[in-house]
Design a protein around this ligand. Sequence first.
Ligand SMILES: Nc1ncnc2c1ncn2[C@@H]1O[C@H](COP(=O)(O)OP(=O)(O)O)[C@@H](O)[C@H]1O
Ligand SMILES: [Ca+2]
Length: 512
Amino acid sequence: MDEPKVTGTKPKMSTTRKILLMLGFLSTLAVIALITVAVTQNQPLPKNLKYGIVLDAGSSHTNLYVYEWPAEKENDTGVVQQVEVCKVEGPGISGYSQTTEKAGPSLEHCLQQAEDVIPLKQHQETPVYLGATAGMRLLRLENKDAADKVLSSVEKTLRSAPFNFQGARIISGQEEGAYGWITINYLLGNFKQSGWKKFLHSLKSVSETSGALDLGGASTQITFVPLEISSESPQNLLYFRLYGKDYQVYTHSFLCYGKDQALQQKLARDLQITKNSRLSDPCFHQGYQRTINISNFFKNPCTSIEKKQFPFSQLYIEGEGNYEKCRRNIQDLFNKTNCPYSSCSFNGIYLPPLQGDFGAFSAFYFVMNFLNLTSDVPFTLDEVASAVQKFCALPWHEVKLQYHQIKEKYLSEYCFSGAYILSLLENGYEFTTENWQRIHFLGKIGSSDAGWTLGYMLNLTNMIPAEEPPARPLSYGSYVGLMVLCSLVLVSVILLAWLLFHKPKCLQKGIV
Ligand SMILES: Nc1ncnc2c1ncn2[C@@H]1O[C@H](COP(=O)(O)OP(=O)(O)O)[C@@H](O)[C@H]1O
Ligand SMILES: [Ca+2]
């Protein structure tokens, strides 16, 4: 039999095959175009940054903070971060009560630093706020006129800076507590969860926030969400709606219970029972000496109720370095005798049962950090107490030798401050061995200092919305990834379909 002749001419392509091939080619082209358009069209725009400045005019000194955030993400949580901090030279603004006109100019150096950090073309639109805390609250009580003049002086300086001046005022203790709480929960990402975290939280009815403990020089604040809300003391309750959730927050600020004023209060009480101008003080190291001028001592609203006449004008303090005695001495500052509510902290102030974790910052952190008590694994209450006891027992000359680089004012008071922190937390707020480790001493969260300033700015610039802002269900990366994946699946399906229904000759049996 004759074999079929293999001719030299190629087999002609059928018209359907040609159309199918064309279609396959065109759909591949369409998919490529689709991906290209998706990638280019949805590319994030170049970062447009915004800035804000807050000055924390504390009792001991003023700090200037510069914050930065991407303009298009303004209402997202956790996007604002601190990019600069500048410590103003000299005392806090309340320290200018005798030379009020110098309060403003003291801020100039730090304002210049802010000018250097923020791009020139954005100076005019950058808001600047100054909030003064307990030092100015005390000055206002002692001498209202001087407090007003200090504020006018700082306002004048801030208005002459190239930024958008938004106000210089004394904030209330309640605000200070609330904004500190907002800051740490914003930075810890507790207000708005994404992905799995959100799903898990929606299973639990409550969203967990962290309490805030702030220790300053002149006041201290405690703020947290209690388990149950009681209307016993409405002045201690605040209501927030943030990112679509309601928060009922307890807060209290104790004026005169910052660590510097607490020491003044303690000395004023000690003075009542001294027979002569010498005072042996268990809260200072053995060998340490300090002289106090009595005539100025009782001008302060934190000590004025103890005012009386003394037959001497100077008090000579000599350190004793005895931690246990110091704790007993300090304990007298917390009056636990009468409580008109179901539960109190001290001085008849309402305190609901403590709840959850606490972030303790400012001087809580500075002191604990100096005593090496701020590691990631929290120390027990006993470990902290014995570390403070050991430190207090060191003679002054040894302390000075060992820590020669630290300012003498701070160094001489770490023993008192350590004991005071333990008294405030243990006797004042009644933290126990069980819940002590729920206190986390923190200086910074990410690049931002823990403190009230960030919360203050977020609030005043309306950057924390009451309702959750509408968000894209997918991030940019996931969107592009999904587009690519879908397109690849589409191409493969078209190819497969073509191969299955119109088997090209080359794939037919026997030809290969
Ligand atoms: N490095 C440090 N070591 C110890 N204490 C510090 C350190 N830095 C700041 N402080 C103290 O922290 C406290 C800060 O308080 P401040 O914010 O000025 O007052 P307030 O908040 O009461 O208005 C002051 O007592 C200050 O002396
Ligand atoms: Ca402060």
